[in-house]
Structure formats: C-alpha cells, structure tokens
Ligand binder design. Structure first.
Ligand SMILES: [Zn+2]
Length: 266
C-alpha cells in the first residue's frame, strides 16, 4: 500500500486553510460506500495530512447520517495510522467552561442504530473498549494546549447522544449527576471503528456552551458569547493541532497498534 497520508483529521471546513502549500482533493471509494466528501491531502507542520470534513463540505450530513465506516476505511486506505478528531461539545459540568478544551479519555454511548463495526463475520472479532483514546496522542494534545495557553481538562468522559435533537433537560441533569463531562453527537462509533482498524484516535472536545439543564445561571451569562467562543475555538484548535503535529514522533508508542491481538475467537 502506497502511503499518501500519515495523519487523518476530521473537522469543520475551517481546516482547508490549515495547509502549507497545495491542497489536493481526491475521491476515495470504499466497500462501505463513499465517505462524507472528497479527502483533502495537505502538508501541515511538515507532515502529510488527509483532511475529511465529517459532515461534508457543505455541512449536509447530520450526525446520525455520517458514513462513519466509509470515513475510517478511506483514511486507512490512504495509509493513515493516526486520526485527530476535534469536535464541538457541550459542557455538563460548571467547571468546564465555554472555550476550554477537554482531552476525552472515556465515552458513554447513547446512540442507536448506527453501523458500528467492520466485523459482521465470519471472523468474529471483539475489540477492547476499555481505553480507546490513544495515550500518546492525548499526552501530546495536553502539552500542545498548554503551550498555546488554552485551558485544558486533561481527562473527561464524553456522552455521545444520537441527535440530531439536543438533550432534554432531564437527560442533561442525569448526565451531569453521573459525573460525565461533555456531550457530543459524533464520537461514537468513530472512535470504536478507528480501534477496529488499529488506528490511533484522539478527540479534542472544544467546549462551545453549557448543555440544557446544566448550571443554568452560567449558561445565561454565556449564551450571547457562543459565536465569539466558536471563533476562538477554531483559532485555538488549529494552533494546538499544529503544535501537536510538529512534536509528533514518527513511531507509534501506544497499545493502539495491537488492538486486534486478543480480539479474535480463533
Ligand atoms: Zn495510539
């Protein structure tokens, strides 16, 4: 397999400006249908990056319609071994404020009906989900956030809801009382499909606002700031990812590489 890119990035359309020099857009076919859009191949901090807008370039795919399997497969087919997946999240805890970054280390799956495995048989494969976020990438992301002066929470549990609706107030209160940190709609099954392909996966939760029912007073104060926060998050995440890429060692020193080692019933 010819390696076209080493690192995959899922994100919003702001990433096209990320490139140093030319961007080549290519169409990739997979056994799982087409990915969300064309994949943009670019160089960032001297590394070859494949960028895929998760919701499509025109943002036409809602979270439950994103072709997650095709997206991960397409990146892998280009030679990608590490996936960086920044994503907007709502805060479930008062101390996690809009504009903060959360380096997620656990998920709670509240989605339904999404195609979430590559292993429908005949080779039965059970991958471990105990720790699916790459420790090497997480550690680099924490350092990169600090270098760029971003308030960073070094761990956090992300509740992935089905969407496209937001949480009810009662659901939100429940998530908060369980001690979970942020809520999002896209991390599952993305993270687990990456694991099934032995890819490293990192998500950076970019906190945009407080979820419904959470710390209501704070939400009232912050509501008018959402646009300002989104702009700030976009700038910060690009700086953080650029720093991360410039410090990223060539070799993967993490358990992700061996994710299939004990996963097969053979
Ligand atoms: Zn890894």
């Amino acid at each position: 397999m010819k390696q076209t890119a080493e690192i995959g990035i899922f994100g919003g359309s702001g990433f096209y400006e990320f490139a140093e020099g030319n961007v080549e857009e290519i169409k990739v076919e997979t056994p799982y249908g087409p990915p969300s859009d064309k994949i943009a191949l670019m160089t960032v901090a001297g590394r070859r990056v494949a960028f895929l807008p998760r919701h499509g370039k025109s943002h036409s795919l809602p979270p439950h319609k994103v072709p997650y399997r095709a997206n991960l497969w397409a990146l892998k087919s280009l030679g990608v071994t590490r996936v960086l997946a920044p994503s907007a999240v709502g805060s479930l805890q008062a101390h996690i404020a809009p504009g903060d970054f959360v380096i997620v280390d656990q998920f709670i799956d509240r989605t339904s009906g999404r195609l979430d495995t590559f292993y429908d048989g005949p080779i039965v494969t059970h991958v471990s989900s105990a720790d699916v976020y790459c420790p090497q990438l997480r550690s680099l992301a924490i350092d990169a956030a600090k270098v760029n002066g971003v308030t960073v929470h070094e761990a956090g549990t992300s509740v992935v809801i089905q969407g496209p609706r937001f949480s009810s107030r009662a659901e939100s209160v429940w998530f908060t009382r369980m001690g979970w940190d942020v809520v999002t709609m896209t991390q599952y099954p993305e993270v687990i499909l990456a694991r099934e392909l032995s890819l490293c996966y990192l998500t950076i939760g970019l906190v945009t606002d407080y979820d419904a029912g959470t710390v209501v007073e704070a939400a009232a104060v912050e509501a008018h700031n959402v646009l300002e926060v989104l702009t700030k998050n976009t700038t910060n995440v690009k700086n953080v990812l650029r720093t991360l890429l410039s410090h990223l060692p060539e070799s993967r020193v993490c358990p992700c590489v061996d994710s299939l080692k004990y996963a097969r019933m053979e």
